[in-house]
Write a protein that binds this ligand. Structure first.
Ligand code: HEC
Length: 89
């Protein structure tokens, strides 16, 4: 799912440089930013993914995935993917 939906904006390396990101303002979050990784909890990440940017006071360009409320395992895996980007050197 990350590779089909999220990569468009967040990019294959999680740096926020996906093909659809060029025209976005603000830019998608750079997941490799250690300071940002430390500033958000897993719960906050899940809430943003579920509700989208508009639901949590961020950019409305970030689309919500409310259907994942019924698929917590997918939500957990997306959070793990985001956390892995933060651990890359
Ligand atoms: C249409 C482009 C787009 C798509 C598709 C998209 N995002 Fe985003 N995303 C954004 C933008 C833009 C932001 C920055 C919002 C802000 O900082 O105001 C963002 C922010 C986020 C954040 C919040 C970072 C923070 O500041 O707390 C998370 C988590 C996230 N995206 C995860 C995902 C996941 C997981 C997917 C796939 C299911 C996804 N996004 C798909 C554009 C997108």
């Amino acid at each position: 799912m990350f590779n089909t939906v999220c990569v468009m904006c967040h990019g294959p390396e999680g740096t926020g440089n996906g093909p659809a990101a060029a025209t976005l303002n603000p830019k998608p979050r750079n997941y490799t930013d250690a300071a940002w990784q430390a500033s958000v909890t897993d719960e906050q990440l899940k809430e943003t993914i579920l509700k989208g940017g508009a639901g949590v006071g961020k950019s409305p360009v970030m689309p919500g995935q409310p259907q994942l409320a019924d698929h917590p395992e997918v939500l957990d895996e997306l959070v793990q993917i985001i956390r892995r980007f933060g651990k890359q050197p």
